[in-house]
Design a protein around this ligand. Structure first.
Ligand SMILES: *Cc1c(COP(=O)(O)O)cnc(C)c1O
Length: 428
């Protein structure tokens, strides 16, 4: 495949947009080469500006769980747009999507809509701090909760306690309030609680991690977090921006049978428009403005186009609950196909999967946290990514990202994907 047009468009973009992209992973930094510019997409397929058709395994990084240009969403957006795009006043649509979302998600009484997953997580932490009167949070290395300062923290040198900023521009003061632990490691979290028994407002976690590849929680880990939070009076925040409305109607809380105190959403909840949300019980939500003193706001929050798209998406999922099983079956089928091809090669690899999330890691040891995910052979991943792309399969352009299957993908598409791997596997 040739990418002259994408190359030219990328050059033009680089002249006016930092790095040529509006979100870094799109720039192909970790796999090299030219980002593919998209013309349009339909169902399971992307059509790039060169006219190539690609089988899509990222689904816009999750939102398009029912495939691209899903009819009910497109229709809802068109119909709503004709009435005006934003009012800065309440609309009935907001109550409709809130009611439906709370019906699908367990344990939550109220939900506030924002414009991105970042905003949802940032606001959830402020709410947890405001409601608890405590300042520190615990997050897990390799979990992504958006790009707000409190989350751009990496493990400090040696010690597990204080983190240090992972990006210039984040202050040391901010880093001091974010404690870090390895994913799936309850011992370190227990130590942190023992060290700061009165200071931890919240533990925030991706209940199934998807930002270091797909990493499921080990048995007992989330249960352990739940009981530590209960014991020390901290809030457990499930960041379900990825898993919400993807793993089940009620997300990871439902599938794993664990109750969080605050849950954040994004991606699927907006049906492909910029939406985030956070939900909690009345007892916690009454601290939020305008009912309470914890401030949070947004000019375009609850935007009618976004709410109409989100409602159409949630409604479609709620009407067809089999979709989650179907997606899990397709993902298992892909797993089996990739496994069969890779097994014959003798290459070291791991395949992690949970529901419709899956990732391939070229490493011999089990991938259970950021450290083990980082052991993956990135040169091999690059060859795998570009090899598959040449065969018309679009995988996430980073070894640290999960694939997100969508229901428009057919078993025949998956067969084609596995055939593509078969053709390139000797070059890995
Ligand atoms: C994508 C993501 C976010 C950030 O959402 P944005 O809409 O990109 O701001 C937060 N948490 C998780 C788990 C995510 O996957």
């Amino acid at each position: 495949m040739q990418y002259q047009r994408s190359s030219r468009l990328f050059k033009e973009a680089q002249a006016v947009i930092p790095g040529g992209v509006n979100s870094p992973v799109r720039a192909f930094k970790s796999v090299g080469g030219t980002p593919i510019f998209v013309e349009r997409a339909q169902g399971a397929y992307l059509y790039d500006v060169e006219g190539n058709k690609l089988i899509d395994y990222i689904s816009s990084w999750g939102p398009l769980i029912l495939g691209h240009a899903f009819d009910p969403v497109i229709e809802a957006v068109k119909k709503t747009a004709e009435k005006g795009t934003s009012f800065g006043m309440p609309t009935a649509l907001e109550t409709e999507i809130a009611t439906l979302a709370l019906e699908m998600v367990p344990h939550m009484d109220k939900i506030r809509f924002v414009n991105s997953g970042t905003e949802a997580c940032m606001s959830a932490v402020r709410l947890a701090r405001g409601a608890s009167g405590k300042e520190k949070i615990i997050k897990f290395a390799g979990c992504y909760h958006g790009h707000s300062d409190a989350f751009l923290i990496q493990a400090g040198s040696g010690a597990v306690t204080f983190g240090s900023p992972s990006s210039p521009g984040v202050t040391k003061g901010t880093a001091q309030d974010t404690l870090l632990a390895p994913y799936n490691n309850l011992e370190v979290v227990t130590q942190l609680f023992q060290e700061y028994p009165e200071e931890i407002a919240a533990v925030i976690i991706e209940p199934v991690a998807g930002n270091m590849g797909c990493i499921p929680p080990v048995e007992g880990f989330l249960e352990g977090l739940r009981s530590l939070c209960d014991r020390f009076g901290s809030y457990l925040i499930f960041d379900e921006v990825m898993t919400g409305f993807r793993l089940a109607p009620g997300g990871a809380q439902e599938v794993l049978g664990i109750k969080a105190d605050i849950v954040t959403f994004g991606k699927v909840i907006g049906g492909g428009l910029p939406v985030g949300a956070f939900a909690a019980t009345d007892q916690i939500m009454r601290h939020l403005a305008p009912d309470g003193p914890v401030y949070q706001a947004g000019t375009l929050s609850g935007n009618p186009l976004a709410m109409a798209a989100g409602y159409a998406m949630l409604n479609a999922l709620n009407q067809d609950k089999e979709v989650f099983d179907r997606l899990a079956k397709k993902t298992a089928y892909l797993h089996q196909g990739i496994d069969t091809v890779l097994k014959r090669t003798g290459l070291a690899y791991q395949i992690n999967r949970f529901g419709s999330m899956i990732s391939v890691h070229f490493t011999s040891s089990a991938v259970t946290d950021f450290e083990t995910a980082a052991l993956g052979n990135n040169d091999r991943f690059k060859k795998y990514f570009h090899g598959m792309l040449q065969q018309g399969v679009y995988l996430p352009p980073s070894a640290f990202e999960s694939y997100f299957l969508n229901d428009a993908l057919s078993f025949a598409d998956i067969d084609q994907t596995v055939d593509a791997l078969e053709r390139i596997v000797t070059k890995l």
